[in-house]
Ligand binder design. Structure first.
Ligand SMILES: Cc1cc2nc3c(=O)[nH]c(=O)nc-3n(C[C@H](O)[C@H](O)[C@H](O)COP(=O)(O)OP(=O)(O)OC[C@H]3O[C@@H](n4cnc5c(N)ncnc54)[C@H](O)[C@@H]3O)c2cc1C
Length: 463
């Protein structure tokens, strides 16, 4: 049996009984059936029941609530998507890009508000966000990010600061500039997702665990869509596919997303002298300009979480618990902690874990409902889902209940990404980009010159 507490520090410290809820016993007929008890599935259940308390909602989870990325993430609840404002504007127009960005600010605020309303102690703390340039090579990218916010009318939410001002917030070796925003929050992902599961149950939603969905079918002549499970079919006018990276295991969706691992290391709680050397009293979420991605947060009990990519994509997109651990990447992340914070040269690390992100071919998330088939989904957050899942839950509620709103007009609504390439092209392409981005980061750090932005890997990655 899976030791669910061992999956992440967050599940270990969620303060909840992780014993799986009873599985589905037989078949079921409900109004809305949801695959997946992560944040997407649970926020959708929450807002649907608030809209219509008479709805019979069943959440079908293969493992336990919070088993996926929602119980493993880097604790960033930030106003961002995995797609730039400039690209949203190119695809959907400037106004749509602006509305989308505003919706992400609102989503962070709403996570905090809904947690209070639902009585969830999700550790929500709005400390803001800091991006740092660790060396002159990072400065152009920070300046470009700031210029983009200004162009879309959000410049007053951010400040470009020099090393001295940055050092008043956090002291990071080699940091020469910072971009500070006030809108991001940090959460306790385990308490958030497990608390939300308890909250939706209090609202009358049923969650079954240990129950895999093995297939799905669109509405039949009776207007019922179906999710198949080993114990029987779940039929409902609306089914919601909220399994993010794991959706790739369902044949019709296999090439819609690509499972890409993000990994995390966690230090022991630091002592007062170590914190005095580092600062970071505001518990902002922090990252740098590295192309191959890093993200940091400070836990309530005084640890540093350092996350990043680097684990290799596997041929054929398989998902296996063994891939949650990749020692070379963990080692690299531990080295980063010591490089960023020299006062931590001797720090111990107590936890290391990871999980798959769901990455669409065009890096573009989607929140969709197809009324004729009765199939809804929200997916493709690629590592930016903690606030976006809340937005997805509210948007799916409007779409499913047929309510036109500002949310249903957002450019992510009903977006369809094209499929990933067949193997071996998928593997060749992804491994090339992964390696090239790491090389570009290393060479920029060595030379002090920024990546050109014109290399093939950068153009693919900023796609
Ligand atoms: C290591 C890591 C760090 C991250 N850091 C951040 C961060 O700091 N900030 C941020 O915004 N985002 C981050 N993300 C991304 C974010 O966590 C996700 O985008 C978000 O949690 C997705 O939620 P979800 O509910 O859609 O999917 P998940 O949380 O993955 O939930 C899907 C659920 O569906 C279940 N399921 C799947 N298939 C089936 C099936 N066939 N039958 C039944 N059940 C099934 C799974 O068991 C799982 O519980 C990170 C992700 C990872 C992996």
């Amino acid at each position: 049996m899976t030791d669910h507490a061992a999956i992440s520090f967050w599940l270990e410290t969620a303060g909840d009984d992780l014993t799986p809820r009873p599985p589905l016993d037989g078949s079921a007929e409900v109004d809305v059936a949801i695959l997946g008890a992560g944040l997407t599935g649970l926020w959708t259940a929450w807002y649907l029941r608030r809209r219509d308390p008479s709805l019979r909602i069943l959440v079908v989870e293969r493992e336990i609530a919070g088993f996926g990325a929602s119980g493993r993430n880097g604790a960033w609840c930030a106003p961002d998507l995995n797609i730039s404002l400039a690209r949203l504007a190119r695809l959907h127009g400037e106004n749509a890009a602006r509305r989308m960005q505003q919706a992400t600010y609102d989503a962070v605020v709403e996570v905090g508000r809904a947690c209070r309303e639902a009585g969830i102690d999700g550790g929500f703390h709005k400390g803001g966000e800091i991006s740092v340039a660790r060396g002159p090579h990072g400065v152009p990218s920070l300046e470009a990010a700031y210029a983009e916010y200004e162009r879309f009318g959000f410049g007053d939410r951010y400040r470009l600061v020099d090393a001295t001002t940055l050092g008043e917030r956090i002291r990071i070796a080699g940091a020469v500039r910072g971009l500070i925003g006030d809108d991001a929050a940090v959460v306790h992902p385990g308490r958030l997702v497990r608390g939300l599961a308890r909250a939706v149950e209090r609202e009358g939603v049923r969650i079954v665990e240990g129950t895999p969905v093995t297939g799905f079918r669109p509405r039949d002549v009776e207007g019922k869509a179906t999710m198949a499970t080993p114990s029987g079919d779940v039929r409902a006018p609306v089914i919601v596919l909220a399994g993010e990276a794991y959706l790739t295991e369902l044949r019709p969706l296999h090439r819609q997303l690509l499972p890409l691992w993000s990994l995390i290391v966690l230090t022991e709680p630091l002592d007062d002298a170590q914190w005095a050397a580092i600062g970071w009293a505001g518990r902002e979420v922090v990252d740098s300009t590295r192309l191959s991605v890093d993200y940091l947060s400070r836990t309530e009990d005084g640890r540093i979480l350092f996350g990043g990519r680097g684990a290799p994509y596997r041929f054929g997109s398989p998902i296996h618990p063994a891939y949650d651990h990749h020692e070379p990447t963990f080692d690299r992340l531990r080295t980063f902690v010591r490089e960023w914070f020299p006062a931590l040269a001797d720090v111990s690390f107590t936890h290391a874990w990871g999980g798959p992100l769901g990455m669409p071919r065009d890096w573009h998330p989607t929140i969709a409902f197809d009324a004729p088939s009765g199939i809804a989904t929200a997916r493709g957050y690629t590592g930016h889902g903690v606030s976006a899942t809340n937005l997805a839950g509210r948007t799916l509620t409007d779409l499913i209940t047929g309510e036109r709103s500002e949310l249903t007009e957002l450019p992510v609504v009903n977006h369809r990404s094209r499929n990933w390439e067949l193997e071996p092209f998928r593997w060749i392409g992804i491994r090339y980009v992964q390696r090239a981005l790491e090389r570009l980061d290393d060479s920029a750090a060595r030379s002090g010159r920024p990546p050109s932005g014109r290399s093939l890997a950068e153009r693919i990655a900023s796609h």
